[in-house]
Design a protein around this ligand. Structure first.
Ligand code: PHE
Ligand code: ZN
Length: 883
């Protein structure tokens, strides 16, 4: 039997809680099979709400005892709530004591209290605390927590919870205890405990005001040599938040703990962040540059939540982007600031926009489209989305653009002045930024700006230029629109900040500016020109919109070669490539193998690759063709196999046409100095890796085995994981015969490194399909001794890499990919509904598929939907897909 509510929750139905919980004293007797939880609360009626019974949330708990002011009391269990009707009258606090047990070892959902590698962990966001004890499990109920942990000392030597350790000692029978007090009130979703055999790296730091703090990173014994980067990232985060926003660390002790079983990336529990090992553990032998940079941004993200999320939290879960959009914005800014040089900042910006456009734009155009502040949900776990996170961050970024960097910092100060210690809404945040900047376009168009929170869908910005040689006036006609999304037929105009410049035909900058578009249509005029300029629009991606401007190749080549805005330089290259890909995809009379790329495009790419002014990291971004999923979004009807074939053919052409340039790039960017994950070095490795891939691809058609041989040699000799993995990937993606032995060797080398094995699985499940070979490989991988469905990272490395990360292989004409998908969704749902629901979204865009794929995909989704007893998580995703 499934527990929990199964009705849609509406934002409009928000009611303040009928009771407050002021203090919570929790005592745990930790045992994997049966953990006993004593929960003593001080509760009082909320005087602003009419008297009603107390309804506490609880899931999969065994209730042993309920006492009110020390006396037994009557209670009811309804659905998943404990209902208490005979409570003391009046508004005085009363004691409520609840004794329950739960079974952490059986908890495969990884929500609430669970066991991983014989250690205990908790995950409470969004609604996991109710799986630990009965509670008002909602973010607007903030309480002070005191937590006592008791467990066997030999088996669980480390006992952690939020706040400060105030007492610890031995108990009888080889047990021991630790008592923690959190000095800050918090919502239940920020509660955490950890118990197990862990070791830690420690660092003492002094804050600006001279106060000392203890920073700790806890991992399993044996992983200590992989914690330096996480600790450095944490120290950098503390320093950055003080410097940029004057936000200090407010705790004596700040802990990070890593676990290999985790549904998401990491969790910002007050003072006790719990992380997926993927975002903590790194050394040069096991982690790639991408891992290093992800760790930096996730450590930053969780640390920044301490203010944006914890000190000021969300009133209800519809406000999730209040903390997530803002905190993603903050971690993006942090990473940019750490990257240093302007060109390195631009690289980070391009990477962020690439995520937005390949993942969020499709979400916004599909069945799960929802506003940044959603209006309804069946299962809140389904709304930890790229829309709430990444689009939410873009909305905050636009605010900063509209009020300026200093104005934004002022707005943040006002936000904390007003709301510190409270649970608030997205409106409260925008209001604070606007009030601190009353003259800004944000303040002047406040209500309209808020449509970014209420209207789903990606706006389209149309621009068309016209030059009148007689008057010397260039006019730019702008118009905006937004397609309907589920439940929202009509959209009103958005506030769209458009950073722009005009270039002359030689690429010289004529004018630079910022226009804030608020009407549906507007025309801008630029007098005093002698010839039609080339417009560089939406510089730095100043708004999360699709820009429709019919650029000619000549214009794009000018922008690619000269634009002062690096983002738009990259964007011009992407447009050149996208136009070519779309042309070849649509022209079905030409087989992919016969596609010919034009000289102008190839030469432009060569010039970028050979430039002595551009950074390697930037070159790598320009020379990487747009993702298959990004190309798919530009089409009304999608044949994923054809997209894949065309993109691969384009890559092979670039490989051959630029052969000697790639060879130069590889040699010139390969070095054997000491490893450092900084922006410049990692950019050089990225470009060398891309070069090697192309050199192996070129060898594919020529039959030459010099470069595959070199790739194998590099794979063997590499002194860091980035170079080693890139070499392996070059062999695997080019389908060379040497790939097999390299894969085998890689497995043997890293058989005890779970995160590296994840890469090994993912690389094979995500490899280009040649004659339908990948699905059988994926099925074999699932039979591998190292595979398990229970570990989310491992499940993702095989199943998601195939279903979501490998469209050319997944969308098989025989629909076997879809059958495999539906089997896995159903299977995973019984183990871990959150992970299952993420997988369920792999077919979000099924309506765009060409027949017969479309019909087959529908059938597969219907097959999942027909399963009785689905979790709310999966049910919501599949029923929206079919609607
Ligand atoms: N709040 C976490 C983060 O963004 C994400 C998360 C959500 C983790 C739900 C676990 C469960 O930083
Ligand atoms: Zn977050």
């Amino acid at each position: 039997m499934r527990e929990g509510q199964s009705k849609v929750i509406l934002r409009a139905d928000y009611q303040p809680p009928a009771y407050w919980i002021d203090t919570v004293e929790l005592a745990f007797d930790l045992d994997p099979g049966k953990t006993r939880v004593l929960n003593r609360m001080k509760v009082r009626r909320n005087p602003d709400v009419t008297a009603q019974p107390l309804r506490l949330d609880g899931e999969e708990l065994n209730l042993a005892r309920v006492l009110v002011n020390g006396q037994g009391t009557s209670f009811k269990l309804e659905d998943s709530q404990l209902v208490l009707e005979n409570l003391p009258e009046g508004h005085e606090p009363f004691d409520l004591e609840i004794f329950t047990t739960c079974a952490p070892a059986k908890n495969t959902k990884l929500m609430g209290l669970y066991v991983s590698n014989d250690s205990f962990f908790t995950q409470c966001e969004a609604e996991g605390f109710r799986r630990i004890t009965y509670f008002l499990d909602r973010p607007d109920v903030m309480a002070s927590y005191t937590v006592t942990l008791r467990a066997d000392k030999a088996r669980y030597p480390v006992l952690l919870s939020n706040g400060n350790l105030v007492e610890q000692g031995a108990l009888e029978d080889g047990r021991h205890f630790a008592k923690w007090v959190d000095p800050f009130r918090k919502p239940s979703y920020l509660f955490a405990l950890v118990a197990g055999q862990l070791v830690c790296r420690e660092q003492r730091i002094a804050a600006r005001n001279g106060k000392e703090h203890l920073l700790q990173v806890y991992v399993r014994p044996g992983d200590l040599d992989k914690t330096e980067h996480a600790m450095n990232s944490l120290m950098a985060s503390v320093a950055w938040d003080e410097a940029r926003f004057k936000l200090p660390l407010d705790l004596e002790r700040f802990m990070i703990v890593a676990t290999s079983d985790f549904n998401m990336g990491a969790m910002e529990n007050k003072g006790l962040n719990i992380f997926n090992t993927k975002y903590v553990l790194a050394n040069q032998a096991t982690a790639t540059d991408t891992d290093y940079s992800n760790i930096e941004s996730v450590v930053g993200h969780e640390y920044f939540h301490n203010w944006t999320g914890n000190r000021v939290t969300c009133r209800d879960w519809f406000q999730l982007s209040l903390k997530e959009g803002l905190t993603v914005f903050r971690d993006q800014e942090f990473s940019q600031d750490l990257a240093g040089a302007d060109s390195a900042r631009a690289v980070k910006r391009i990477e962020d926009v690439r995520v937005l456009r390949t993942a969020q734009f499709p979400e916004d155009a599909g069945p799960m489209a929802h506003p940044v502040r959603p209006d309804q949900y069946l299962e809140i776990n389904n709304f930890y989305t790229v829309t709430v996170y990444e689009k939410g961050a873009e909305v905050v970024r636009m605010m900063q653009t509209l009020v300026g960097r200093e104005g934004f910092a002022k707005g943040m100060s006002l936000y904390f002045e007003r709301h510190d210690g409270h649970a608030v809404t997205c409106d409260d945040f925008v209001q604070a930024i606007a009030d601190a900047n009353p003259e800004s376009p944000l303040a002047q168009k406040l209500d309209q700006f808020k449509r970014w929170y209420s209207q789903a869908g990606t706006p389209r910005l149309k621009a068309a230029g016209h030059f009148d040689p007689v008057s010397g006036i260039y006019s730019l006609a702008l118009s905006q629109s937004c397609a309907p999304t589920p439940g929202q037929a009509e959209k009103l105009p958005f506030v769209i900040p458009i950073a722009l410049g005009l270039l002359d035909a030689n690429g010289n900058e004529l004018t630079t500016g910022m226009h804030v578009l608020t009407d549906a249509t507007e025309t801008l005029t630029f007098p005093g020109l002698t010839a039609a300029p080339v417009p560089s629009l939406l510089r730095g991606f100043s708004a999360p919109v699709v820009l429709d401007y019919l650029y000619t190749d000549t214009e794009l080549l000018t922008l690619l070669a000269h634009d002062a805005d690096p983002f738009n330089r990259w964007e011009a290259g992407q447009r050149l490539a996208t136009q070519r890909a779309l042309g070849h995809i649509r022209n079905e009379s030409v087989a992919p193998a016969d596609i010919r790329l034009d000289h102008a495009f190839i030469e432009a790419m060569r010039v970028i690759l050979r430039s002595d002014k551009l950074d390697a990291a930037f070159k790598e971004l320009v020379l990487t063709l747009p993702a298959e999923t990004y190309i798919a979004e530009q089409l009304d009807v999608v044949d994923p196999q054809r997209i894949h074939a065309v993109r691969e053919a384009m890559r092979e052409q670039l490989a051959q046409a630029l052969f000697s340039d790639w060879a130069w790039a590889f040699e010139a960017h390969s070095e054997n100095g000491a490893y450092s994950p900084d922006a410049v070095s990692s950019g050089r490795r990225a470009l060398a890796g891309l070069a090697l891939t192309h050199l192996c691809l070129a060898a594919r058609s020529s039959g030459d085995s010099v470069w595959p041989g070199k790739a194998l040699q590099r794979f063997k000799d590499a002194s860091n994981m980035t170079d080693r993995f890139n070499a392996l990937a070059a062999l695997v993606t080019s389908g060379h015969a040497l790939a097999a032995q390299a894969l085998q060797r890689f497995h043997a080398m890293f058989k005890d490194e779970a995160l590296v094995l994840d890469k090994w699985f993912a690389l094979q499940a995500g490899a280009p399909d040649r004659g339908g070979n990948i699905l059988p490989v994926v099925k074999q991988l699932m039979n591998h001794a190292d595979f398990t469905l229970r570990n989310p990272n491992r499940a993702r490395s095989v199943i998601f890499s195939y279903c979501s990360g490998n469209p050319g292989a997944f969308h098989r004409a025989d629909a076997a990919g879809y059958v495999y998908w539906s089997d896995r969704v159903i299977e995973l749902d019984t183990v871990n509904p959150q992970v299952a629901a993420r997988l369920a979204r792999a077919l979000d865009r099924w309506k765009k598929l060409a027949e017969p794929l479309r019909g087959a995909a529908r059938e597969a989704i219907a097959r999942v939907a027909a399963k009785p007893d689905l979790s709310n998580d999966v049910r919501e995703v599949v029923s929206r897909a079919l609607a």
